[in-house]
Write a protein that binds this ligand. Structure first.
Ligand SMILES: Cc1ncc(COP(=O)(O)O)c(C=O)c1O
Length: 364
């Protein structure tokens, strides 16, 4: 018997998330060594040494379940952010917070409004619950069109995502526009601000989503995967008004964040120096890549994140891949001429630029 008859129709229709190709896979397929991946917006400098030490120590205790309440991490983060511990919800990556929002709020007939192109998980979590994704195109400058998003909100809307800075464009909205948008929303929906890249934002008027936690039904989502370099451990969190945080905490599994991730996150929060180095390496990489790509005649957008959006032409990602350099093509986002390039270590960025020059010179 085919299971098609019993699987929910919206799951049958679901297209899975396409992760970046791992370098090991490319090396296997091409029979090469030394492939580099500038495709998943990971931290090129690696995890904080303090986090690594904390994981080493904690690994001897993995026969025990983690602290399901994440007490130590909750206390530290609450103090850092100036919120109460009850306003926090932890997840296996910010991805899980997206899932928890969907599970808590959405069902068939409900609508989810978000910008497009934006993070590919928004339509996936919405469709996964049988809800209807409502995509609002970015402006011609590739920024969230908050006026159009407001107009897309109706009585069926349960959830609005604002990805700030936006993945995959690196663009951001400023405080004035964001505040006006947040103030205009009805109280019958949840405003979810995805701040996965907020620590890289350079604009001085970057919005403070936390000031909106006074609005019932508001959540800011953050992650330890990017600036803190812990993507492989899977830990992220939401900061919400206490009522929403309570519902999300009810919906999560009791031990959704593993013990090693918890101790690593705690240690990473104390390693200011590492976070600062992450930021600096990124800022220098953004500057280098933007300058060198433009010198090659490739259009590059200003970015507030740890990647740049470039108009590379449709075939360049595949050509680079054959040279062992993985970047992210954006055809699946309706931007076939564009690619997203994550900032790497200086030598990785240089390898990309040299490969581009070589491809250009050989005309291949
Ligand atoms: C905008 C955005 N939100 C959320 C996530 C998920 O991050 P995490 O690794 O914490 O699940 C990502 C990951 O790339 C992202 O780009």
């Amino acid at each position: 018997m085919s299971l098609e008859r019993i699987v929910k129709p919206h799951i049958l229709a679901l297209e899975p998330y396409q992760p970046g190709v791992p370098p090991e896979q490319l090396e296997r397929e091409l029979g090469i060594e030394g492939a580099i991946k500038l495709a998943s917006n990971e931290s090129p400098i690696g995890p904080s040494p303090r986090a690594v030490a904390a994981v080493r120590e904690a690994v001897a205790s993995v026969h025990r379940y983690p602290d399901g309440a994440s007490f130590a991490l909750r206390e530290k983060l609450a103090g850092r952010l100036g919120v109460s511990g009850a306003q926090l919800v932890f997840g296996a990556g910010a991805d899980e917070i997206l899932e928890l929002l969907a599970k808590t709020l959405l069902g068939p007939g409900d609508e989810v409004v978000y910008a497009w192109p934006s993070f590919a998980m928004y339509p996936i979590v919405a469709r996964g619950m049988g809800a209807t994704p409502v995509q609002v195109p970015l402006t011609p400058d590739l920024v969230h069109d908050l006026d159009a998003m407001r107009r897309a909100v109706n009585e069926r809307t349960r959830l609005v995502f604002v990805c700030n800075p936006n993945n995959p464009t690196g663009t951001s909205v400023g405080a004035e526009a964001f505040d006006a948008f947040a103030a205009s929303l009805p109280d019958s929906l949840v405003l979810a601000v995805d701040e996965a890249y907020m620590q890289y934002a350079r604009r001085p008027d970057f919005p403070d989503a936390l000031t909106w936690l006074r609005r019932p039904g508001t959540i800011a989502m953050r992650t330890f995967s990017k600036i803190f370099g812990l993507a492989g451990l899977r830990i992220g969190y939401g900061v919400a008004d206490a009522e929403l945080a309570d519902y999300l905490n009810r919906a999560r599994h009791p031990f959704n964040v593993n013990r090693l991730a918890e101790v690593a996150a705690l240690a990473a929060l104390d390693d200011e120096e590492h976070a600062e180095r992450s930021r600096r390496v990124n800022a220098e990489g953004v500057e280098y890549l933007s300058r060198e790509l433009r010198a090659l005649g490739i259009e590059v957008w200003p970015t507030d994140a740890n990647f740049v959006l470039a108009r590379t032409g449709a075939d360049l990602p595949a050509r680079l891949m054959r040279e062992g350099v993985i970047i992210r093509p954006l055809a699946g986002f309706g931007m076939p001429d564009h690619a997203r390039i994550s900032v790497g270590l200086p030598e990785e960025n240089e390898r990309l630029v040299k490969t581009l020059r070589r491809l250009r010179e050989s005309g291949s």
